[in-house]
Ligand binder design. Structure first.
Ligand SMILES: NC(=O)c1ccc[n+]([C@@H]2O[C@H](COP(=O)([O-])OP(=O)(O)OC[C@H]3O[C@@H](n4cnc5c(N)ncnc54)[C@H](O)[C@@H]3O)[C@@H](O)[C@H]2O)c1
Ligand SMILES: [Zn+2]
Ligand SMILES: [Zn+2]
Length: 390
């Protein structure tokens, strides 16, 4: 089959790989019909190189049609239309029972000290072949795939794999009081979708980014927007009675614009051999904390910060004194897809209140994947969300 594989930093290849097969009774094989490129994939493209091997199949936002199931998978049959959550969870362990599917004890990657395995997401998360491919082997298929109705276009449902539950969890964790104000840092797919969910709940939403098209897109949906600059904290306070927003979502992550020191550290680390690179990433931290610092600075006292952006490194320095003094509540983590999917599904009807049908800016063929990664990273051609069709 054809797939997108990682070949090195900023090197994605479209080419032939072996077809996946059923390996466990709990596996299913899905014929992929749509598959997204995520901001998380950009970390693989850039900073997480030490954790990948050339040939790793990328992608964790797939939907499609069941082609084959293992003997223990009784809830699915060939021909079913499904969305595949980005994490692999069993649905019956202690953590899954707590609705913490990203911490699943059956699939935890213990040798790396990490949570549940993820599709297409490095050795840290089990090095499981991903969904930017014609076919995907889905482990724990007795629980994972979410069945969706035939009829509507893939665009209606594909974001259940990641964007929707991630943005939903970001808003839930932000715990904005009724009538309160939410600040969303970063208006990529995750931040943009979080603003839509928050507006749907009747909240006041302020959004910050550096990309004109992304700001404009949010503004059209009724978000008050501010362009990121060195003075953005003051501008945010001016809009919020000098007090700051009740809650802040960081939908940026570790490659935030605004930390030149980190850029240097990253490049320096990039020059070392893999094993040393890994050690450095784990001990000095990636230090790309511009968005977190901004969130800590501007959130009102006693407010909540909800981190969706992915962070690496074990020793990122944080302004602990200010965090303590301001009595900030900090919540974070990979989204637990099944925890939220039942609440989200009813919003994906014809009324399309979240605008999922027109959310993607680009629909491309899987073979155009290498160029699509570059376009998404460089934010060219107004690219916000790219869906690929194998
Ligand atoms: N928690 C989860 O389960 C989960 C799931 C999906 C994605 N993510 C993470 O969420 C983050 C966003 O993902 P995305 O798909 O929207 O990616 P993206 O890279 O397209 O979006 C990030 C946006 O942040 C903007 N930005 C950069 N620096 C900024 C700053 N200092 N202030 C304000 N905005 C700034 C960028 O211009 C960009 O528009 C990534 O870190 C991704 O890894 C987490
Ligand atoms: Zn993702
Ligand atoms: Zn589990």
């Amino acid at each position: 089959m054809k797939a997108l594989t990682w070949q090195g930093k900023r090197k994605i290849e479209y080419g032939e790989v072996p077809d996946p097969t059923i390996e466990q009774p709990t596996d299913a094989i899905i014929k992929v019909t749509s598959t997204g490129i995520c901001g998380s994939d950009l970390h693989l493209y850039e900073v997480l190189a030490p954790y990948l091997d050339p040939g790793d199949i990328l992608g964790h936002e797939a939907m499609g049609v069941v082609a084959e199931v293992g003997s223990a998978v009784t809830n699915l049959k060939p021909g079913d239309r499904v969305v595949v959550p980005f994490q692999i969870a069993c649905g019956s362990c202690y953590m899954c029972d707590q609705n913490l599917q990203t911490q699943c004890e059956t699939t935890q990657v213990r040798e790396q000290g990490m949570g549940a395995a993820l599709f297409g997401y490095t050795k840290l998360y089990g090095q499981v072949p991903g969904g930017q491919a014609e076919y995907l082997r889905v482990p724990q298929a007795q629980y994972g795939p979410i069945k969706v109705p035939d009829g509507p276009r893939d665009d209606r449902f594909v974001y259940l794999s990641d964007v929707l539950p991630t943005a939903w969890q970001a808003v839930e964790y932000a715990a904005v009081p009724d009538g309160g104000t939410l600040l969303v840092l970063g208006l990529g797919p995750i931040g943009d979708m979080a603003t839509r969910i928050a507006m749907h709940r009747g909240l006041r939403v302020i959004g910050v980014d550096l990309v004109a098209e992304r700001l404009e897109r949010a503004r059209r949906n009724g978000v008050e927007t501010l362009e990121y600059s060195d003075d953005v904290a003051e501008a945010i306070r001016t809009l919020t009675d000098g007090r700051g927003p009740d809650s802040v979502i960081d939908a940026v992550g570790m490659e935030a614009h605004g930390s030149p020191k980190a850029k240097f550290a990253q490049q320096a680390v990039g020059l070392l051999p893999d094993a040393l690179q890994r050690k450095m990433m784990e001990t000095i931290g990636v230090e790309q904390l511009a968005a977190v610092y901004l969130a800590i600075d501007v959130v009102r006292r006693g407010g909540t910060i909800s981190l969706s952006g992915v962070y690496g490194g074990g020793a990122d320095p944080l302004p602990m004194m200010t965090m303590f003094d301001k009595q900030i509540q900090l919540r974070m983590g990979q989204a637990n897809v099944h925890r939220w999917s039942d609440q989200i599904l009813p919003l994906l009807d014809e009324t399309d209140v979240l605008g999922v049908e027109s959310f993607a800016t680009h629909h491309l063929d899987l073979s155009e994947g290498p160029a699509a990664y570059e376009m998404f990273q460089k934010k060219q051609d107004g690219a916000v969300k790219i869906l690929l069709k194998p």
